[in-house]
Design a protein around this ligand. Structure first.
Ligand SMILES: [Zn+2]
Ligand SMILES: [Zn+2]
Length: 263
């Protein structure tokens, strides 16, 4: 069926059209046809025709502005929360945009496990808005990498898709090669806080030098922050000057409370 559409599109093109223009036409025609055959469906409510519908967007809960300078969780007082005080970290701080709940949780699930790559742009908008509320100066964006085996299985890295959308919006280059995940870790969502830390310990390595670089790590969800911390440790060892993290969502978890279990 797609071949028929491609053929009919080809027949409507004037003979003088350049091959490049013809390819563009075919590509656009193919995308339109795919949309017609498989229209987007909102991951929050199933509504047909919307990537992420307006009704579901109104249910997205922003992280309130008063947060801990380090872990980014809501706190009643300025500076560091009680959990972060007296604890060292390789991260300068974590900026999370919205709460990992409701339709947004479904949207992330669809981006991550449902091959719904088209959602990345809409979800990255929350991240650029959250990042602009802060005055952190950075040189580049580094998405948290997947292990090669997981990336091969999934076909893409959702953190890299988000980073590719954020980069142009913030005018920052994206470096997908700087950090590699050389240890095939278990899924963090299934583990306790202590297990999460052990699971990702020494999982990352910096490919080359990061001397003096001011970096923002990008990931989809942050729960305890163990993955970001491990990634930041590798970058810090390679000489990075500042390492911030920007995540789309953060599991609901207040300082002083036990860490949430599965997300
Ligand atoms: Zn919806
Ligand atoms: Zn904190």
């Amino acid at each position: 069926m797609r071949d028929d559409a491609d053929r009919s599109a080809a027949m409507t093109v004037a003979p003088s059209t350049s091959p490049q223009r013809l390819l563009t036409w075919l590509r656009l025609g193919g995308t339109a046809l795919l949309d017609l055959l498989f229209p987007p469906r909102c991951p929050g409510c199933g509504r047909v025709g919307d990537l992420f519908c307006q009704n579901c967007r109104t249910q997205v809960e922003w992280i309130p502005p008063a947060v801990c300078d380090r872990c980014g969780r809501p706190t009643a007082h300025a500076g560091l929360c009680d959990d972060c005080r007296g604890r060292s970290s390789s991260l300068d701080g974590i900026v999370a945009a919205v709460v990992f709940a409701g339709p947004l949780r479904e949207a992330i699930h669809s981006l991550k496990y449902g091959n719904n790559r088209a959602l990345a742009g809409a979800l990255a908008d929350y991240m650029t808005t959250a990042w602009r509320r802060h005055n952190h100066t950075v040189d580049c964006i580094v998405p948290v990498p997947l292990h090669v085996s997981r990336q091969a299985e999934r076909g893409y890295n959702q953190a890299a898709l988000l980073a590719q959308a954020i980069g142009p919006a913030l005018g920052l280059p994206v470096n997908e090669k700087l950090v590699a995940r050389h240890k095939a870790t278990r899924q963090q969502a299934l583990l306790s806080t202590a297990e999460r830390r052990a699971n990702v310990k020494d999982a990352f390595s910096c490919q080359g030098t990061a001397t003096g670089l001011r970096i923002v790590l990008v990931d989809d969800v942050c729960t305890t922050g163990s993955t970001l911390e491990s990634c930041a440790t590798a970058l810090r060892a390679a000489g990075a000057a500042n390492i911030w993290a920007l995540t789309l969502a953060r599991a609901r978890w207040l300082p002083g409370q036990p860490a949430p279990d599965a997300v």
